[in-house]
Write a protein that binds this ligand. Structure first.
Ligand SMILES: Cc1cc2nc3c(=O)[nH]c(=O)nc-3n(C[C@H](O)[C@H](O)[C@H](O)COP(=O)(O)OP(=O)(O)OC[C@H]3O[C@@H](n4cnc5c(N)ncnc54)[C@H](O)[C@@H]3O)c2cc1C
Length: 431
């Protein structure tokens, strides 16, 4: 069936609600399968993202082991936790999903790197070491330098909040002894008050700004073999900016993710905003789905608009990727946790008093973080009786129950893998 636009009415095969990582990944997979798709939603948590594609960094179990081989870790998880959304997918499917997202990023000029079978380790702006599956290529030299413990200079920029080179060097002195710190000033960003990573990044898209930055760094290089900078190396072509800094300074340069909201999130958002429509997805970013009407076994009718309904979309199939509390897919009040749009059943503790454990940092995590939609093998939300709430309604991403992506460092992995699973299931129905 073709995508038709009539005045304020649109008809499509698939409507994706949500434009966080799960919604975006679903749109990419739907486009690759030639499914006529409309997508609506705000950017979601992507804008807060560090740009790292986590898959599985810390075990789901209360012991919270750090995971070096995510595939081995996922096999264990699937064995012990059949209700976890990752368990609805094979290892090959999860791998294909992650490769699909990486390929998209490469196609849009923001390539990612990683090891096929192990997590990469990299330093963060708070001076810790983080495991993740794929990193923007502009971070890769940092992964290699940490592995070899090479002499490395970390530079911060006067006025840039939340990124202190000296603090990082002090915190990392045991795990990476030959790190040095320096601070530079950028005269072209002479706004009064704090400096923002996005302003600096947009500034560094100009050659003269890069020249000045390189001149300011050069006297501090000493015997450094690598240079770490806050992730401010441009928005549209960060790899080009990074390579240019390497040429100017004569050594490998890498970015270190900054605190949210970070430039990495802006880069992702711009890549999705520009390139999803090019794949043929009709996008309504910064739009909300206000209401969903549906009669048993029939098409959905969705009212979409910025602050009030502007367009009606009718769709054969709906994929709900509305996130958790931050995305507003789930809402909590004194009575409990509700699914915001269709009032679908939410798996949750019997009473609010069981939502949290006493200690905020309890290694077992909190029951509220496992609340969400229970789905069948085809990623269709189910009722208390275990039947699909609706035969042509699917869900993906952090709204799903029985997973705690924050604890397990699996934000992108869970969103992308479940989006892949849902699209594969939709494909099988032939809609
Ligand atoms: C601070 C922070 C940093 C993070 N860093 C990383 C990281 O480094 N690596 C990593 O892998 N993961 C990271 N994540 C996690 C990752 O961003 C999330 O796991 C992932 O975005 C979840 O995706 P989602 O699409 O399920 O939900 P969300 O991102 O919450 O997206 C939900 C979407 O649904 C939309 N929506 C809700 N209701 C409606 C409606 N009625 N109509 C239309 N749209 C609606 C929202 O606007 C939003 O677009 C981070 C998250 C946060 C908060």
């Amino acid at each position: 069936m073709g995508l038709q636009v009539k005045k304020n009415n649109i008809s499509c095969d698939l409507m994706i609600i949500g434009a966080g990582m799960a919604g975006v990944a679903a749109a990419i997979f739907a486009a690759r399968n030639g499914i006529d798709t409309v997508q609506a939603g705000l950017t979601g948590e992507t804008l807060y993202a560090s740009g790292l594609f986590d898959l599985y960094g810390v075990s789901h179990s209360p012991t919270r082991e750090l995971i070096d081989d995510p595939w081995q870790g996922l096999r264990q998880l699937k064995k012990k936790n059949p209700e976890h959304p990752f368990s609805l997918l094979s290892i090959d499917q999860i791998r294909t999903a992650m490769d699909g997202l990486t390929k998209f990023m490469e196609d849009v000029g923001q390539p990612y790197k990683g090891y096929p079978d192990k997590n990469a380790r990299l330093i963060t702006s708070v001076g810790t070491i983080k495991r993740t599956y794929r990193v923007p290529e502009t971070l890769w030299e940092g992964v290699k330098a940490l592995e070899k413990k090479e002499p490395c200079l970390i530079v911060d920029i006067q006025g840039l909040r939340g990124f202190s080179a000296i603090q990082m060097v002090e915190s990392l002195s045991h795990s990476w002894p030959c790190l040095a710190a320096a601070t530079i000033n950028l005269s072209w960003d002479n706004r009064l008050g704090p400096k923002y990573a996005e302003h600096i990044a947009r500034g560094l898209e100009s050659e003269s700004a890069r020249m000045e930055m390189a001149d300011a760094i050069r006297p501090h290089l000493g015997d450094a073999k690598t240079l770490g900078l806050p992730a401010v190396l441009g928005i549209q072509d960060p790899l080009g900016v990074c390579r240019d800094m390497e040429k100017k300074l004569g050594l490998p340069v890498f970015e270190i993710p900054t605190m949210p909201p970070a430039v990495a999130g802006v880069r992702l958002k711009e890549a999705f905003d520009i390139h999803l429509p090019r794949l043929g997805i009709q996008t309504f970013f910064h739009h909300t789905v206000h209401t969903v009407r549906h009669q048993k076994d029939e098409r959905f009718f969705l009212e979409v608009g910025r602050t009030a309904p502007e367009i009606t979309v009718s769709a054969d199939v709906v994929l709900l990727a509305t996130g958790r509390f931050l995305g507003k897919g789930l809402i909590s009040d004194r009575k409990g946790i509700r699914e915001a749009l269709l009032d679908l059943p939410v798996s949750q503790p019997d009473h609010r008093r069981y939502w949290h454990r006493e200690s905020f940092l309890d290694p077992k995590g909190h029951a509220i973080n496992l609340a969400g939609l229970e789905v069948d093998d085809s990623f269709r939300p189910i009722t208390a009786r275990g039947l699909p709430a609706c035969p042509n309604l699917y869900a993906a991403g952090s709204i799903l129950a029985y997973q705690d992506w924050i604890r397990t460092k699996s934000g992108t992995g869970l969103a992308v893998a479940t989006a892949y699973g849902a699209i594969e299931a939709i494909k099988r129905t032939g809609k």
